[in-house]
Write a protein that binds this ligand. Structure first.
Ligand code: ARG
Length: 274
Protein backbone atom coordinates (compact mmCIF):
# COMPACT_ATOMS: atom_id res chain seq x y z
CA UNK A 1 0.00 0.00 0.00
CA UNK A 2 1.57 3.35 -1.00
CA UNK A 3 2.17 5.65 1.98
CA UNK A 4 1.86 9.43 1.77
CA UNK A 5 2.77 12.15 4.24
CA UNK A 6 0.61 15.27 4.53
CA UNK A 7 0.41 18.24 6.91
CA UNK A 8 -2.98 19.58 8.06
CA UNK A 9 -3.67 23.21 7.01
CA UNK A 10 -4.37 24.58 10.53
CA UNK A 11 -2.07 27.57 10.04
CA UNK A 12 -2.20 27.78 6.24
CA UNK A 13 -2.28 31.35 4.95
CA UNK A 14 -1.00 33.69 2.26
CA UNK A 15 1.11 36.33 4.01
CA UNK A 16 3.71 37.24 1.40
CA UNK A 17 4.53 36.66 -2.27
CA UNK A 18 6.86 33.69 -2.72
CA UNK A 19 5.66 33.01 -6.26
CA UNK A 20 3.50 34.80 -8.89
CA UNK A 21 0.28 33.08 -7.76
CA UNK A 22 0.44 34.65 -4.31
CA UNK A 23 -1.02 38.03 -3.54
CA UNK A 24 -1.95 39.63 -0.25
CA UNK A 25 -5.33 40.51 -1.67
CA UNK A 26 -6.36 36.88 -2.00
CA UNK A 27 -7.52 36.02 1.50
CA UNK A 28 -7.57 32.33 2.33
CA UNK A 29 -10.86 30.79 3.41
CA UNK A 30 -9.57 28.49 6.20
CA UNK A 31 -12.79 26.50 6.46
CA UNK A 32 -12.81 25.84 2.73
CA UNK A 33 -9.10 25.01 2.83
CA UNK A 34 -9.72 22.44 5.56
CA UNK A 35 -12.56 20.85 3.56
CA UNK A 36 -10.42 20.67 0.41
CA UNK A 37 -7.47 19.20 2.34
CA UNK A 38 -9.68 16.57 4.00
CA UNK A 39 -11.16 15.71 0.63
CA UNK A 40 -7.64 15.21 -0.79
CA UNK A 41 -6.89 12.86 2.13
CA UNK A 42 -10.04 10.81 1.56
CA UNK A 43 -9.43 10.58 -2.18
CA UNK A 44 -5.88 9.37 -1.48
CA UNK A 45 -7.28 6.77 0.91
CA UNK A 46 -9.97 5.70 -1.57
CA UNK A 47 -7.17 5.34 -4.14
CA UNK A 48 -5.48 2.84 -1.84
CA UNK A 49 -2.99 5.07 0.00
CA UNK A 50 -2.17 5.03 3.67
CA UNK A 51 -2.18 8.67 4.82
CA UNK A 52 0.25 9.76 7.52
CA UNK A 53 0.36 13.29 8.93
CA UNK A 54 2.92 15.54 10.56
CA UNK A 55 1.79 18.07 13.18
CA UNK A 56 1.34 21.58 11.75
CA UNK A 57 3.27 24.40 13.43
CA UNK A 58 1.97 27.87 14.14
CA UNK A 59 3.40 30.65 11.93
CA UNK A 60 4.59 28.15 9.32
CA UNK A 61 1.91 29.14 6.83
CA UNK A 62 3.21 27.03 3.93
CA UNK A 63 3.92 23.83 5.89
CA UNK A 64 0.83 22.26 4.28
CA UNK A 65 2.95 21.93 1.10
CA UNK A 66 4.53 18.73 2.36
CA UNK A 67 6.40 18.03 -0.89
CA UNK A 68 9.20 20.50 -0.31
CA UNK A 69 10.93 20.07 3.04
CA UNK A 70 12.77 16.81 2.37
CA UNK A 71 13.60 14.60 -0.58
CA UNK A 72 12.75 10.99 0.19
CA UNK A 73 14.12 7.83 -1.40
CA UNK A 74 15.07 4.22 -1.01
CA UNK A 75 17.93 2.37 -2.61
CA UNK A 76 18.70 -1.31 -2.29
CA UNK A 77 21.83 -1.67 -0.18
CA UNK A 78 21.37 1.80 1.35
CA UNK A 79 17.83 1.67 2.72
CA UNK A 80 15.44 4.57 3.13
CA UNK A 81 16.97 8.01 3.17
CA UNK A 82 16.01 11.70 3.23
CA UNK A 83 17.84 14.78 2.08
CA UNK A 84 16.63 17.84 4.04
CA UNK A 85 16.02 20.86 1.80
CA UNK A 86 17.54 24.30 1.95
CA UNK A 87 14.48 26.44 1.23
CA UNK A 88 14.79 29.94 -0.23
CA UNK A 89 12.30 31.65 2.12
CA UNK A 90 13.00 31.97 5.84
CA UNK A 91 9.58 30.77 7.04
CA UNK A 92 9.91 27.71 4.84
CA UNK A 93 13.45 26.98 6.09
CA UNK A 94 11.96 26.64 9.56
CA UNK A 95 9.68 23.83 8.32
CA UNK A 96 12.58 21.60 7.34
CA UNK A 97 13.75 20.33 10.78
CA UNK A 98 10.21 19.16 11.63
CA UNK A 99 10.15 16.93 8.55
CA UNK A 100 13.75 15.76 8.97
CA UNK A 101 13.02 14.81 12.60
CA UNK A 102 9.78 13.09 11.62
CA UNK A 103 11.77 10.91 9.23
CA UNK A 104 14.69 10.41 11.62
CA UNK A 105 12.27 9.10 14.25
CA UNK A 106 11.16 6.52 11.68
CA UNK A 107 14.70 5.33 10.98
CA UNK A 108 15.35 7.05 7.70
CA UNK A 109 18.99 7.79 7.08
CA UNK A 110 19.27 11.57 7.04
CA UNK A 111 21.75 12.87 4.48
CA UNK A 112 22.59 16.45 5.48
CA UNK A 113 24.25 18.35 2.66
CA UNK A 114 26.31 21.50 3.00
CA UNK A 115 24.55 23.79 0.52
CA UNK A 116 26.58 26.94 1.15
CA UNK A 117 24.76 29.66 -0.82
CA UNK A 118 22.75 27.14 -2.85
CA UNK A 119 19.16 26.02 -2.49
CA UNK A 120 17.28 22.76 -2.98
CA UNK A 121 13.52 22.43 -2.49
CA UNK A 122 12.74 18.74 -2.11
CA UNK A 123 10.11 17.13 -4.29
CA UNK A 124 9.06 20.54 -5.60
CA UNK A 125 12.13 20.38 -7.83
CA UNK A 126 13.24 16.73 -7.58
CA UNK A 127 11.19 13.99 -9.21
CA UNK A 128 11.98 10.28 -9.37
CA UNK A 129 11.66 8.38 -12.61
CA UNK A 130 8.95 5.88 -11.55
CA UNK A 131 11.35 2.90 -11.73
CA UNK A 132 13.86 4.69 -9.48
CA UNK A 133 16.54 4.68 -12.18
CA UNK A 134 17.17 8.45 -12.09
CA UNK A 135 16.03 11.75 -10.61
CA UNK A 136 15.02 14.90 -12.52
CA UNK A 137 16.19 18.13 -10.91
CA UNK A 138 14.61 21.49 -11.80
CA UNK A 139 16.46 24.73 -11.06
CA UNK A 140 16.25 28.43 -11.84
CA UNK A 141 13.64 29.88 -9.48
CA UNK A 142 13.93 28.02 -6.18
CA UNK A 143 16.54 25.29 -6.34
CA UNK A 144 19.82 26.53 -7.80
CA UNK A 145 21.98 24.77 -10.36
CA UNK A 146 24.63 24.43 -7.62
CA UNK A 147 22.05 22.91 -5.24
CA UNK A 148 21.15 20.30 -7.85
CA UNK A 149 24.86 19.60 -8.42
CA UNK A 150 25.54 19.11 -4.71
CA UNK A 151 22.54 16.81 -4.49
CA UNK A 152 23.70 14.93 -7.61
CA UNK A 153 27.14 14.38 -6.05
CA UNK A 154 25.48 12.74 -3.01
CA UNK A 155 23.18 10.61 -5.18
CA UNK A 156 26.08 9.46 -7.36
CA UNK A 157 27.51 7.66 -4.31
CA UNK A 158 24.42 5.45 -4.49
CA UNK A 159 24.67 5.17 -8.27
CA UNK A 160 21.59 7.31 -8.94
CA UNK A 161 22.02 9.80 -11.82
CA UNK A 162 20.38 13.25 -11.61
CA UNK A 163 19.23 15.06 -14.76
CA UNK A 164 19.42 18.86 -14.34
CA UNK A 165 16.60 20.80 -16.04
CA UNK A 166 16.59 24.58 -16.27
CA UNK A 167 13.21 26.22 -15.64
CA UNK A 168 12.33 29.53 -17.32
CA UNK A 169 8.62 30.26 -16.65
CA UNK A 170 8.02 32.00 -13.28
CA UNK A 171 4.54 30.42 -13.12
CA UNK A 172 6.31 27.06 -13.20
CA UNK A 173 8.78 27.93 -10.47
CA UNK A 174 8.94 24.31 -9.26
CA UNK A 175 9.53 21.28 -11.50
CA UNK A 176 6.39 19.56 -10.16
CA UNK A 177 4.25 22.18 -11.97
CA UNK A 178 5.56 21.29 -15.44
CA UNK A 179 6.70 17.64 -15.32
CA UNK A 180 4.50 14.79 -14.19
CA UNK A 181 5.72 11.21 -14.66
CA UNK A 182 2.72 8.99 -15.52
CA UNK A 183 4.58 5.68 -15.82
CA UNK A 184 8.08 4.54 -16.86
CA UNK A 185 7.55 5.62 -20.46
CA UNK A 186 5.21 8.60 -20.39
CA UNK A 187 5.18 12.03 -18.76
CA UNK A 188 3.14 15.21 -18.91
CA UNK A 189 5.36 18.14 -19.88
CA UNK A 190 4.66 21.84 -20.32
CA UNK A 191 7.36 22.74 -22.88
CA UNK A 192 7.20 26.50 -22.26
CA UNK A 193 8.62 25.98 -18.76
CA UNK A 194 12.04 24.74 -19.95
CA UNK A 195 15.22 25.99 -21.58
CA UNK A 196 15.72 24.39 -25.00
CA UNK A 197 18.49 22.19 -23.62
CA UNK A 198 16.27 20.95 -20.78
CA UNK A 199 13.41 20.19 -23.17
CA UNK A 200 15.75 18.21 -25.42
CA UNK A 201 16.95 16.10 -22.51
CA UNK A 202 13.36 15.35 -21.41
CA UNK A 203 12.67 13.97 -24.89
CA UNK A 204 15.71 11.71 -24.47
CA UNK A 205 14.44 10.14 -21.25
CA UNK A 206 10.72 9.66 -22.00
CA UNK A 207 9.30 7.55 -24.81
CA UNK A 208 6.06 9.51 -24.80
CA UNK A 209 6.14 13.20 -23.92
CA UNK A 210 2.56 14.46 -23.66
CA UNK A 211 2.45 18.22 -24.00
CA UNK A 212 0.36 20.43 -21.74
CA UNK A 213 -0.72 23.92 -22.77
CA UNK A 214 0.28 26.99 -20.74
CA UNK A 215 -3.30 27.27 -19.54
CA UNK A 216 -3.35 23.64 -18.35
CA UNK A 217 0.02 23.96 -16.62
CA UNK A 218 -0.81 27.27 -14.94
CA UNK A 219 -4.03 25.74 -13.64
CA UNK A 220 -1.92 22.97 -12.04
CA UNK A 221 -3.09 20.15 -14.29
CA UNK A 222 0.52 18.94 -14.43
CA UNK A 223 0.63 18.90 -10.62
CA UNK A 224 -1.41 15.73 -10.30
CA UNK A 225 -0.81 12.64 -8.18
CA UNK A 226 -0.49 9.31 -9.98
CA UNK A 227 -1.58 6.42 -7.81
CA UNK A 228 -3.07 2.99 -8.53
CA UNK A 229 -4.53 3.97 -11.92
CA UNK A 230 -5.87 7.34 -10.74
CA UNK A 231 -4.69 10.81 -11.69
CA UNK A 232 -5.68 13.13 -8.84
CA UNK A 233 -5.88 16.62 -10.31
CA UNK A 234 -7.62 19.96 -9.58
CA UNK A 235 -9.20 19.93 -13.05
CA UNK A 236 -9.00 18.32 -16.45
CA UNK A 237 -9.47 19.35 -20.10
CA UNK A 238 -10.69 17.04 -22.90
CA UNK A 239 -7.15 16.73 -24.40
CA UNK A 240 -5.67 15.88 -20.99
CA UNK A 241 -8.44 13.38 -20.40
CA UNK A 242 -7.55 11.69 -23.70
CA UNK A 243 -3.87 11.50 -22.71
CA UNK A 244 -4.74 10.00 -19.33
CA UNK A 245 -7.03 7.49 -21.00
CA UNK A 246 -4.24 6.49 -23.41
CA UNK A 247 -1.95 5.89 -20.42
CA UNK A 248 -4.56 3.88 -18.54
CA UNK A 249 -5.26 6.55 -15.92
CA UNK A 250 -8.56 7.76 -14.60
CA UNK A 251 -8.85 11.46 -13.68
CA UNK A 252 -10.13 12.11 -10.15
CA UNK A 253 -10.91 15.78 -9.52
CA UNK A 254 -10.01 17.32 -6.18
CA UNK A 255 -10.68 21.03 -5.81
CA UNK A 256 -7.65 22.90 -4.43
CA UNK A 257 -8.59 26.56 -5.10
CA UNK A 258 -7.54 27.77 -1.63
CA UNK A 259 -4.06 26.23 -1.98
CA UNK A 260 -3.67 27.52 -5.53
CA UNK A 261 -3.75 31.02 -3.99
CA UNK A 262 -0.37 30.04 -2.48
CA UNK A 263 0.90 28.54 -5.74
CA UNK A 264 0.35 24.86 -5.07
CA UNK A 265 -2.07 22.02 -5.75
CA UNK A 266 -2.39 18.24 -5.27
CA UNK A 267 1.18 17.09 -5.87
CA UNK A 268 2.67 19.87 -3.70
CA UNK A 269 0.64 18.79 -0.69
CA UNK A 270 2.16 15.36 -0.09
CA UNK A 271 5.30 13.28 -0.16
CA UNK A 272 5.24 9.59 -1.06
CA UNK A 273 7.09 7.53 1.55
CA UNK A 274 9.02 4.44 0.49
N1 ARG B 1 3.62 28.87 -1.24
C1 ARG B 1 4.50 27.77 -1.43
C2 ARG B 1 5.85 28.29 -1.87
O1 ARG B 1 5.89 29.17 -2.69
C3 ARG B 1 3.93 26.81 -2.44
C4 ARG B 1 4.76 25.57 -2.60
C5 ARG B 1 4.22 24.67 -3.66
N2 ARG B 1 4.90 23.43 -3.65
C6 ARG B 1 5.29 22.75 -4.72
N3 ARG B 1 5.78 21.56 -4.53
N4 ARG B 1 5.24 23.24 -5.94
O2 ARG B 1 6.88 27.86 -1.39
Amino acid sequence: MPKVLLCPPNYFDVVDQKNPYMSRESAVDRVKARTQWENLCSVLQQSGCEVETIDPVEDLEDMVFAANQVFVGEKIGYGRFVVPSRMVYASRQREVPYFANWCRARDYRVIDLDFGDDYLEGHGDLLWHPDGSRIYGGYGFRSTRGGIEKFAAAMSEMGIPVVPLQLVDPYCYHLDTCLCPLNNEAALVFPGAYSSEALASLHKFWKRVHLLTADEAHRFMGNGIVVNGSYITPCVTPPLEAILHQEGLNPVIVETTEFEKAGGSCFCMKTFLP
